[in-house]
Design a protein around this ligand. Structure first.
Ligand code: NAD
Ligand code: AHE
Ligand code: ZN
Length: 369
């Protein structure tokens, strides 16, 4: 079938909106009509050429929501008409990783997914017979896409697509990092570096679990009022701090953060996030994605003296199990989403969404098909 897609033809160039061909679902696969998709910083990161796994031409996008149109042979958990959220971290419930409660990183299809291919090693997208690659197994910058059954979370039908698409990455990543990965306890002092689409969700996760001080760090002063809406108790702009940022944060938290979260993707702020943690027990969680060739460093003494460095992907969530619950949290008013969606646009204007993100003017832009 012909579908409309924003294609990343090469790194560093704007996306091109065009008609491409999509083959129907093969065994174990599902055809989904994407109704809405968010634009995450990771899409911009891959488009920039900084992603070691970035491949072109590809159809990016990994924060979608839509409706099942057709299922391939052997698909048993989904049927046409079901509402779904695509999962870039699938949940097969059978692999060594899914069977280990310590991780959410299902590896059932990771190898082919990283090569931009479906699990059988081929692509469903093409232009004039030449294959176009999938991205993160989801490719939500197309109005129809094909995914493996294990990479779809079935959600309730009354949840609005233009809001819950954000649960496909940003909301789950930020809230999940607090709840699943760090397991922040009530009364903890928390520092969040970067108050964009992810960091604001870390703030609301920290508020939800009853954290004490929730300190936001960002270079953009416009993020102060926004952060306060989602539970931030103190705002710090590093440019306005006299002296070093780390001792300032240690003092503000009365000895160091119990938990810190890096939501920028900058290896210097990753170091600051670790070093502002409390001696003896502070835990720093890396969420931000850093470019090819970047490395983190600190004095080993920081770890010897009891700080821990951790990381999280998709907020430690097991998508098919946890995403429907997060949709319920939103529908029940336990977490906010609407206020973070600052821009809505048609697919034709998708590059404006990237421009707004780079200019620091948006939190989430959502493409509505
Ligand atoms: P964003 O662009 O919306 O937000 C980034 C924020 O960081 C902005 O508010 C910006 O002003 C601030 N910032 C930039 N440099 C700074 C600095 N030196 N000091 C303080 N603040 C600074 O991005 P996002 O969508 O929130 O994504 C954040 C990061 O998380 C990206 O690296 C993205 O790729 C990554 N990410 C990771 C996962 C995961 O599963 N681990 C999931 C989603 C996104
Ligand atoms: N491909 C990159 C890393 C990109 C990355 O870390 N992706 C996160 C999700 S970011 C969503 O916005 C992730 O889930 N990683 C786990 C995985 O298996 O990809 C690189 O550095 O090679
Ligand atoms: Zn993302």
């Amino acid at each position: 079938m012909d579908v409309r897609a924003a294609v990343a033809l090469e790194a560093g160039k704007p996306l091109e909106v065009m008609t491409v061909q999509l083959e129907g679902p093969r065994a174990g696969e599902v055809l989904v009509e994407i109704k809405a998709t968010g634009i995450c910083h990771t899409d911009a990161f891959t488009l920039s050429g900084a992603d070691p796994e970035g491949l072109f031409p590809a159809i990016l996008g990994h924060e979608g929501a839509g409706v099942v149109v057709e299922v391939g042979a052997g698909v048993s958990s989904l049927k046409p008409g079901d509402h779904v959220i695509p999962l870039y971290t699938p949940e097969c419930r059978q692999c060594e990783y899914c069977l280990n409660p310590k991780t959410n990183l299902c590896q059932a299809i990771r190898e082919t997914q990283g090569k931009g291919l479906m699990p059988d090693g081929s692509s469903r997208f093409s232009i004039d017979g030449k294959p176009i690659l999938h991205y993160m197994g989801t490719s939500t910058f197309a109005n129809y896409t094909v995914l493996p059954e294990i990479a779809l979370a079935k959600i309730r039908p009354d949840a609005p697509f233009d809001k819950v698409c954000y649960i496909g990455c940003g909301v789950t990543t930020g809230v999940g990092a607090v709840v699943n990965t760090a397991k922040v306890e009530p009364g903890s002092n928390v520092v969040v570096f970067g108050l964009g689409g992810i960091g604001l969700n870390v703030l609301q996760g920290a508020r939800m679990v009853g954290a004490n001080k929730i300190i936001g760090v960002d270079l953009n002063n416009e993020r102060k009022a926004l952060g306060e809406k989602f539970g931030m108790t103190h705002f710090v702009n590093p440019k306005e701090v006299e002296g070093d940022l780390v001792p300032y944060l240690v003092s503000l938290t009365g000895g160091g953060a119990d938990y810190s979260f890096e939501c920028i993707g900058n290896v210097n702020t990753m170091r600051q996030a670790l070093e502002c943690c409390h001696k003896g027990w502070g835990v720093s969680v890396i969420i931000g994605v850093a470019g090819a060739g970047q490395e983190i460093s600190t004095r080993p003494f920081q770890l010897v003296t009891g700080r821990s460095w951790r990381g999280t992907a998709f907020g430690g969530a097991r998508g098919r199990t946890d995403v429907p619950k997060i949709v319920d949290w939103y529908m029940d008013g336990k977490i906010a989403i609407d206020e973070m969606i600052t821009h809505i646009m048609p697919l034709e204007d998708i590059n404006k969404g990237f421009d707004l993100m780079h200019a620091g003017k948006s939190i989430r832009s959502v493409v509505l098909y």
